[in-house]
Design a protein around this ligand. Sequence first.
Ligand SMILES: [Fe+2]
Ligand SMILES: [Fe+2]
Length: 156
Amino acid sequence: MSETELHVGKKTVPVVDEKGLLELLNGDLSREYQAIITYIQYAASVTGPYRQELKQFFSAEIPDETMHAQYLADKIAALGGVPSVNSAPVPQETDARKMLENIVEAERLARNNYSERAAQAEHLGEIGLANHLEDMADDESGHLDETLKILQGWPK
Ligand SMILES: [Fe+2]
Ligand SMILES: [Fe+2]
């Protein structure tokens, strides 16, 4: 392993210092805000024969993403940073299939980011944070798998 790079699976991830980690965690926080808003908008807006199921499915993600956001904000403050109040842009959508596709993209990104972030935190000796980030990668992975299964049987 070089001084400046970490390896996560086949990927190479840059080593960051405490300040760099805080910036990355704030980016993660802004994407958790995005996820919360996305699921609220999608649960409200989804139409069609599967509205009831999808509304329930989208709504059920909100508490998980809220806990992720709260954990990240608490941790950023504990590490001496200021938690972001800005959401990443929300992909507003009214078509059910596009909603599911947007979710797949966002959950995959979140899962991959938390795997990388866990390695970066571990490198800084932040073992508790690293473990929690791995759990969050697992949560996002579960969201991703369920969404992919819904899309597998989706009418064209
Ligand atoms: Fe999340
Ligand atoms: Fe998620």
